[in-house]
Design a protein around this ligand. Structure first.
Ligand code: SAH
Length: 218
């Protein structure tokens, strides 16, 4: 039987997200309905509504609900848009994005996580999400340009291919910094110009790959 945790989700959104200043009605509505508990390992399900990140295996984590909501709202998505996420992890963030746009392409480095997230997304009917396996610092050129790009792992700088794959008027969110901590940045592209602003301090796992952190640098 599939348990319905509507009340816990409602409370999570109210106390951890809305009361902290995120008022985008579409984002709040989606966060109330996507079952976070179904994207974490069974032994973590009881903690799914808590105010923090959780382990999802392979030394990776699913972000705190507030950070998921904040990063999502920064993209200001519209229904007909195409989005790229780097770092699929559990698939939860991709599921949230998929309810706010037309198509989500998400790229994951670790085979096991790509497989598990693909299964969870399919079981729950998130059929406008395509999970690709590979080095997301190269983006996913086949479906570019993207109206929104979200990187859910910390990078030394914004990988060049991702900036190139951003549409005119597009927005990109990324944590920039090293293992000591990072700053969440919002980038916007207008014509050939890129502008960015710092949003707040965050802590993410490292972005690996050609334009990411090397294991001995992190
Ligand atoms: N968005 C995820 C959480 C991401 S954790 C969620 O909702 O659960 C960060 C993820 O980025 C990890 O799964 C890690 O394996 C992945 N990752 C790190 N470097 C990567 C790269 N170069 N390309 C694709 N994925 C990468």
């Amino acid at each position: 039987m599939v348990e319905n945790h509507g009340q816990e989700l409602e409370q999570m959104v109210e106390e951890q997200i809305r009361q902290r200043g995120i008022h985008n009605a579409r984002v709040l509505e989606v966060m109330r309905h996507v079952p976070r508990q179904r994207f974490v390992p069974k032994e973590q399900a009881a903690f799914a509504f808590m105010d923090g990140p959780l382990p999802i295996g392979s030394s990776q984590t699913i972000s705190q609900p507030y950070i998921v909501a904040l990063m999502t709202s920064l993209l200001q998505l519209k229904e007909d848009e195409t989005v790229l996420e780097i770092g699929t992890g559990s698939g939860y963030q991709a599921a949230i994005l998929s309810r706010l746009c037309r198509t989500v392409h998400t790229v994951e480095f670790i085979h096991l996580l790509a497989e598990t997230s693909r299964k969870h997304l399919a079981d729950l009917g998130f059929d406008n999400v395509e999970v690709h396996e590979g080095d997301g610092t190269l983006g996913w050129p086949d479906a570019a340009p993207y109206d929104g790009i979200m990187i859910t792992a910390a990078a030394p700088e914004v990988p060049g291919p991702l900036l190139e794959q951003l549409a005119d008027g597009g927005r990109l969110v990324i944590p920039i910094g090293g293992h000591w901590g990072q700053t969440l940045q919002l980038w916007e592209k207008t014509g050939d110009l890129y502008d960015h602003e710092d949003i707040l301090p965050v802590v993410f796992v490292p972005l690996r790959g050609i334009h990411g952190w090397k294991a001995d640098e992190w």
